[in-house]
Structure formats: C-alpha cells, structure tokens
Design a protein around this ligand. Structure first.
Ligand SMILES: Nc1nc2c(ncn2[C@@H]2O[C@H](COP(=O)(O)OP(=O)(O)OP(=O)(O)O)[C@@H](O)[C@H]2O)c(=O)[nH]1
Ligand SMILES: [Mg+2]
Length: 219
C-alpha cells in the first residue's frame, strides 16, 4: 500500500521538506528560525509550544518547526516527529483529492499507518539540534536528549544537523569540542553534520542548510 501511495503522491509533487528544530531553552532556535525567514534578528521570548514557518531557499521549501526547549516542554518534542506527518497529511488537500477519487484505503487506522510510513519515505526528514556553545554545564543534558530522540523509530532515517550556536561569544566551545562531547561519531544510523554558527549575524546558518540540501540531492 505504501508503494501505491508513493506513486499517487509523486503525481502531485513533493517539494516541502520538514525540519524540526530542537535544543535546550536559550540555545537560539527561534532566533535561527527568524534569521532564515527574515534575515534579521528578532526579539524572542522563551517559546511555549512551537513556531512553524515556511522558509524558501533556492526554490526549495522547508517547513521549519521550532520547538520550545524548556525542560517541561521537551517531552512534547516527540509528538512533532511522530504525528505531524499524519496530521499534515490529513489537513492536506492532496489527500482529500485522492479520497475523492476513491483511492483511499477503507480503514482509517491503516490509512494513518500508510501516511506515516509514506511521509517518512517520501519526505526527507531533518532534525536541527541547536546547541548553545557557551553552555558547558548543560552539554550532558543535550546529549541525553539527543540520544533519546534518535532512538525513536520515526527518526531512523532522519538527517541530523547540529548547530554549534553563539560562536560570537568569547570562550564558546568549538564545533569539534561539542562534537566530541556529544560523541557524534557514535551516531551510525542517521546521517549527521555539525556546523558552527552565530544566529545574530547569520554566519554559518546557510552552510548548515547547504548540508541538508546536499542530503536531499543524494536521495
Ligand atoms: N550572543 C549570541 N546570542 C544569541 C545567539 N543566538 C541567540 N542568541 C540569544 O539567545 C537568547 C535565546 O534565544 P532564543 O532564540 O529565544 O532561544 P530558544 O532556543 O528559542 O529558547 P526556547 O524558546 O526557550 O527554547 C536570546 O537572547 C537571543 O538573542 C548567538 O548566536 N549569539
Ligand atoms: Mg524559542
């Protein structure tokens, strides 16, 4: 059934790529999102829930979900990468067109199952992990959150981009230090990349996106 849906989906095009942005509170996730969107620094306050924006770069559409990083909100991260493809599909007119032409499976449960499978198959799925490079004390916390997240079945095919943010701050950790501390080389299942950046100036942000695009092209 997944194959049938894949074929149908391809008829309607497939240009949006979903990116979920996670990281601890104060890492700079929202600042990064709005740098991508507007090329400027916006005044942020801690995100409760999420921000979602469509960023278009080089004609490629990215749907970027920026999630709140406070401790009480981290448990909710998984709902974004486990459910959003299904809910997006359900609210997507393409799927209702398909329904109208009678190609939908009878059972709602298998429909959801197929869409989730299809979503992961057809969309190249990316997670951006934003690290505050000045926050040495909490590197172990982000490390724990990272591996907890990567253990999710839904992310087994994901690409992982780590931003070592706040490189403008004197004494901040380098990308290679962070890479070592997070033990990124132990990640075997997912493709990953670490990029140093400064969300205030935008430096490094597009190099990170470049890596994502290079993965998309390889698919
Ligand atoms: N110096 C410096 N400050 C930054 C940088 N990026 C973000 N900040 C600042 O860090 C603070 C937190 O940024 P946010 O983007 O709100 O952080 P967040 O990760 O979205 O935080 P939550 O929504 O609570 O999860 C703000 O005061 C930003 O201006 C950076 O590259 N350098
Ligand atoms: Mg935020």
């Amino acid at each position: 059934m997944g194959l049938l849906f894949s074929k149908i989906w391809s008829l309607f095009g497939n240009e949006e790529h979903k990116i979920v942005i996670v990281g601890l509170d104060n890492a700079g996730k929202t600042t990064i999102l709005y740098q991508f969107l507007m090329n400027e620094v916006v005044h942020t306050s801690p995100t409760i829930g999420s921000n979602v924006e469509e960023v278009v770069w080089r004609n490629i559409h990215f749907i970027m979900w920026d999630l709140g990083g406070q401790q009480s909100l981290r448990a909710a991260w998984s709902t974004y990468y486990t459910n959003t493809e299904a809910s997006k599909a359900l609210s997507n007119p393409k799927f209702f067109i398909i329904e109208a032409v009678g190609l939908l499976v009878a059972s709602y449960a298998s429909f959801i199952h197929d869409i989730v499978e299809l979503g992961l198959d057809v969309f190249m799925y990316f997670v951006i992990v934003v690290v505050d490079s000045t926050d040495r004390e909490r590197l172990s916390v982000i490390r724990e959150e990272l591996y907890k997240m990567l253990a999710h079945e839904e992310l087994s095919k994901a690409g992982v981009l780590v931003y070592a943010n706040k490189q403008d701050v004197k004494g901040s950790m380098s990308a290679s230090e962070i890479s070592k501390e997070l033990d990124l080389t132990s990640i075997k299942q997912q493709q990953w990349h670490i990029q140093s950046c400064c969300a205030l100036t935008g430096e490094g942000l597009y190099q990170g996106l470049e890596w994502i695009v290079s993965r998309l092209k390889k698919k």
